[in-house]
Design a protein. Sequence first.
Length: 49
Amino acid sequence: MADRTGLKFVGYVFASVTLAVVMACGFVVKSHADGRFALDSTSAYASPR
């Protein structure tokens, strides 16, 4: 069975990863709302012949 300090360390690791993901998602949403970032760019599609 794991000790309390090991579980606390694992909790801090998971919390920091969760915080990083939330901040990255917030950055993407804010950039998309400001118009600097286009998620649905039409240049990714092949042009019809």
